[in-house]
Ligand binder design. Sequence first.
Ligand code: FAD
Length: 397
Amino acid sequence: MIVGAGQAGGRTALALRRTGYQGDIELIGEECALPYERPPLSKDFLLGRATQESLRLASQPGWSEQGIELHLGLRVESIDRGSRCVQLRSGGVVTYDVLVLATGVRPRLFPGTVAADAPVCYLRTLTDVQALRALLGPGRRLAIIGAGFIGLEVAAAARELETEVTLVESAARPLMRMLPAAVASWLCRVHAGRGVVMTFGAQVQALDGHGVLLQDGSRIPADGLLVGIGSVPNDDLARTSGLEVSDGIVVDVQGRTSDEAVFAVGDVARHVDPAAGRNERLESWRNAEDDAAAVARAICGLEPAARPVPWFWTDQFGFNIQLAGRPADGMQVVERGRLGDGPYLAHYLDTGVPRGVIGIDCGREVRMAMALIGRGQPVEQQDLPSPRIRRASAATA
Ligand code: FAD
């Protein structure tokens, strides 16, 4: 049984069949929509350029053909590991032999004061998109709290829809923990150049029907408010059933929790592998795919496959930014290309070994760099991929 019918849950079901699993597969999810991918929610789908069907992992007949039973619109309330069953909010009880928890994350709620008439929304689900779309359009003013990926992507989409956008961030720059200062300041120039007003180092005190109230007493008038200040793992089911939890459900290299019969995948899973020095919870499309494949192998009794290099992308104002591996402060940075002038790569090396890469508009070279990161061997700097010379860059900042 799989609890959580999002990307990781859906992919686990499909990967189990691909790997040869013959038993029954039940996929239980709280949302009513068929399992879907979320990245377009802040990009093409928000802009009305992608359909709901195009987001689906499989069609309704596709799930049936695979022999996967979908139970949608049902919330699992608790797990009884002793009796190997889960209790549904609707009252039923469903038994399992093996349980996969794929419950994802939920948006972190704004911690300050929120007036009843504040037009606030968050972005995680298809339903959230409907609410957000209603706040966008020519002449409308959107204030976004948080300059993370979701805040920045929505800012870009909202500007394309001719919305006036103000981004408010408490840190000194966007994506403080993920992007180096130089790339972050390029990204600020991109947004500012397209009309996004950005305020950094600002503490938001309250949200109300007029917009945002900052702690210094100043106001940002807005007709709509999007809060994008991170997320919280849905690990309560695991915690209350006595599984090991630490900002996510703790799993080993195979995705197994502290109970042999229970696995966790996707955004909710915290991978702890002391031998590899790994202790991380990743929220990304690639990680959901990789976890699903790894857990399907484990359930089918196969040896673990080598874990692919982590990979994440974001699209903003026509720029495609990709991050792979684990770039970190203090590593040697080798740049290829010029920031703001066409395709660009920053390679991160630790004593000559490539550990991470950030690429702008050069997906092919990022894939080549990922192969080097995966090998874990020192490389000569001249062997690091460089962006191909292209006739004209898609966009310049
Ligand atoms: P989810 O897809 O969230 O699925 C979890 C499911 O479990 C949900 O449907 C939830 O309702 C259900 N559930 C929770 N609790 C229960 C319960 N008790 N009972 C039943 N069901 C339950 N990643 C990238 O790499 N690049 C991007 O550009 C990118 N863009 C994104 C844009 C947006 C707007 C969002 C929200 C995410 C984006 N991501 C991106 C991240 C990526 O979508 C996630 O990493 C991925 O969806 C994780 O899949 P998951 O299955 O773990 O979680």
